[in-house]
Design a protein. Structure first.
Lengths: 295, 295, 295, 295
């Protein structure tokens, strides 16, 4: 058993045979190695024949030295949200196509996780955003964390198109008429923001990108600013729309009439562990098929 | 006279009447205020009727407290190259359309420069890149500084298209077949790189962007990496081309067969002075016409 | 009075002083010239002090030789929808910023409309699309015409992202995961599709463009196909979403589970009249600010 | 032997073992089937042990019923240029990665070519452009045909950036400062123009696209116009540059000072034969990897 990690939590979000197989393999391995293993409550139901200590999703990172996620990037983001406040590191075993975040292949899961548990790993801290929604009186009505992106969206009933002002550190940046705005972390820069024409931000830079969505002004381009920027978005109320804000693609939060949103760097960071041979650009090349040219 | 600035150098690169007028106004003002004024040798010929102490372009920043440029962004870059090694601050009086760097309007030149000389200004440091070209034996054959961008271009005799490898901090990033690559500073991100689809980098971030030019692989996208990155570009010699490297649009340097280029942050920085009411986003909005929507 | 046009209908959609002024000027002019003038019912309420014959919106083009719209491109599209089935030509007097379709400036309205009524004009026919929504049994549930674009949108309750198949003339084109798809006419190519990265289609070409919205596959690009293409979009029902279709930004129509959409060229065309000096590229240059370069 | 095709020409441009193998297989097959086989002079040297009738490249299509190309799209374009004036149809057997034009796989070459020779094929006509360069006196100095694209390029000695005016059918379209302009056929829309952000033009539309290269005006976008457009590009001579024009990536032709270029549809068309199961969108999906999504 490792001296680095004693208590380990396991979570798998989806019920698919190949995923359950990896889950079972890892459970057996970690138990045989005498780790104190906690399996997330819903995950435990996927392997009912094994004797397991369970842990609720909300406490996944509490008193835990490491969280192992089996699944895709979406599952890792889901688990990570619970782990942030406990500052617990997380690793992902990929099931499906290669993920940007879940970088351990299932066939080498035992080997790679064994190495990590033995202290042979790279640790990376990814920045996290916080979106705080205020009403017209400045009162906070809701807030959420985002590992990938905070996305401003039109009202669900209205047609596309919102009008809003963006300020950074109290300086006016622009008024914009568009379908919305993506504010993405380096982690999120290879997700939704990339589909929208945003740049790839290498994870080591302390910056975020603002990517306008279908802007009516053709010269609006993606901007990269310091991650310490205080971004404030104010909705122009004359359009009588109630736009929404979605963090990491989750159920959108409604912005009240005359309301505004603050987007800042969170006090939390995501602690990602990688195998020692992890290489960010290798993942990029593989995921973006950089080997295949037009001619 | 200011206690901040005693010796001031003046430079104007182009011979246009409205420019000469501003040059004369500023010369008279600075002489009347008893500053120790040095006028760049070629600039002095534009106002031959005035009695002037001159200074060679190469020594523009030597023993000088401030350089004032009259012209466009191109003239400021030209003057700045001389000033970098002396660490002399620089300001620009714009003549023509509003520049990104030359932010003082000629009609308020006396007033704004008066304020700056009285110590009321914002100082900004912009990062500078250094391109070093090696031959196949690793010997340095040429090098240059870039305030905007280092651009890899095809051979002047060949058709478009070069093939090269990019490494960052010795990690392999990608092999690319394209018309070239733009490596731009935040300052250069609103110049050539923007035409090529690159993101706008706010000047406060310590990052550079790599923008592929007409890549054969459609998933090649602009990347933003730390300004401390050691970028190495190796030309695939099987194409028998001799690509070139141009810094800030200057006459390209030829890369020898089997050669490679290193692009790093320079030890120098550009010291830009701005009036106290300078606002980066105001300049962006004005230059990029962010007020004018499609409908 | 013209021998070309005897009965003329007038419509203005918005209640703004400068618009009402133009409306009144044109009404007085056309009455004094003895045209048989019909004013749309709601429009007539803007000038209650004038004695007017009115016509319902639905019959705007019926037994009418010409429709004159005062307003922006949105108002012209609105009026045109009523006129299509009657094949009545339409002209627009612009009120606001220059429109792509409403190309007569109000200050020269009398002069230009006088010339058009005297037979001095250019006539242009713009193609119209028809979107027909079918349920899972192939039954038509709704249909609509589009002068600009047919836009496939996500369900109003779901997060972004739809999955669908596109066929053209029964040939499979692609499966797509994206935020939606814009199918635009040449007229619509300078509207929403342009914000989404689509090409500008010159009005004389008999073609439409399919512009993917935030596609998950980075190599999905805008495609231009014959306007005679029979486009069929089938929603992948495993996502349990009910996407919607919006024509020209109007209230979206819901696509039933297992439903599909056919998009074809309509039997109707939009008959646009222009002054004799009309120049499509002049409008493009003005609207897209082609005169203003970065540097 | 087919009654459709009696005399068949064979050409392969590159000397690679797998290519020579296919060449030998096809030669033997066609000889055994008693076709009148002509092998292009240089191609014949690749299989010196076979007894062959040869034909010069320039007469490849003369008195020939069909040209078979073994190689990539570049080889097919090369052969096609010779065939255009003789109106001889052409087919391509692909050697390397799948081509857009060379759509027969070598392992099924005998079978597919057998079917085509038996009259089972699809014939497609692709439009061809003609670039004519005039000097300042209007005299023609050079001209060339283009199956893919006519590309306006900077002078080989100058820095990037040219300034020019574009007219279509004598109407002024725009003044442009950029790195150049791509004028592409539907065939060329999936080649260089696609790297430059141009749209994909389905081969059946009678249109061409103008794609600006790194335009200084950010609102310059790709335009699609009728293939019957008479495009005229005039170089602004105040820049003292001698830009160049390259057709299909061939050695550029120099444009004299004060010169201009006319680009029109050629009187020739490219006659492409495809197997009966040829499917344009299948090729697009395969070449552009439309199956592989970000996540």
């Amino acid at each position: 058993m490792s001296t680095h990690f004693k208590t380990i939590a396991l979570i798998a979000r989806q019920n698919r045979p190949e995923l359950t197989e990896t889950l079972e393999t890892l459970t057996t391995y970690l138990q045989s190695e005498n780790y104190d293993l906690l399996v997330e409550t819903h995950t435990a139901k996927l392997i009912p024949h094994l004797k397991l200590k369970t842990v609720a999703y909300e406490e996944l990172g509490k008193d835990t030295d490491l969280i192992i996620v089996i699944g895709g990037d979406g599952s890792l983001l889901y688990a990570a949200k619970s782990a942030l406040k406990y500052n617990t590191p997380i690793i992902g075993v990929n099931r499906g196509t290669l993920g940007f975040l879940t970088d351990i292949n299932p066939e080498e899961a035992i080997e790679k996780i064994g190495e990590i548990l033995a202290g042979k790993y790279q640790e990376e801290r990814r920045l996290v955003l916080e979106a705080v929604i205020h009403d017209g009186h400045g009162k906070i009505v809701s807030q959420a964390l985002a590992l990938n992106d905070v996305v401003l969206l039109p009202s669900k009933d209205s047609a596309r198109m919102i009008q809003f002002d963006v300020k950074i550190n109290k300086e006016f940046v622009c008024s914009q008429r568009s379908d919305g705005l993506i504010v993405a972390t380096p982690t999120g820069s290879t997700a939704y923001a990339l589909s929208g024409g945003g740049p790839i931000l290498s994870p080591e830079i302390d910056a975020i990108t603002l990517v306008p969505m279908f802007p009516h002004t053709l010269t609006m381009r993606p901007i990269v600013v310091s991650a310490n920027s205080k971004v404030k978005i104010t909705i122009s109320n004359n359009l009588e729309t109630k736009p929404r804000v979605s963090c990491d693609g989750e159920t959108p939060l409604v912005i009240p009439a005359d309301g505004h949103i603050h987007i800042n760097k969170s006090q939390y960071t995501l602690r990602l562990l990688h195998p020692q041979d992890y290489d960010y650009y290798h993942t990029l090349r593989t995921k973006l098929h950089w080997g295949t040219a037009l001619c």
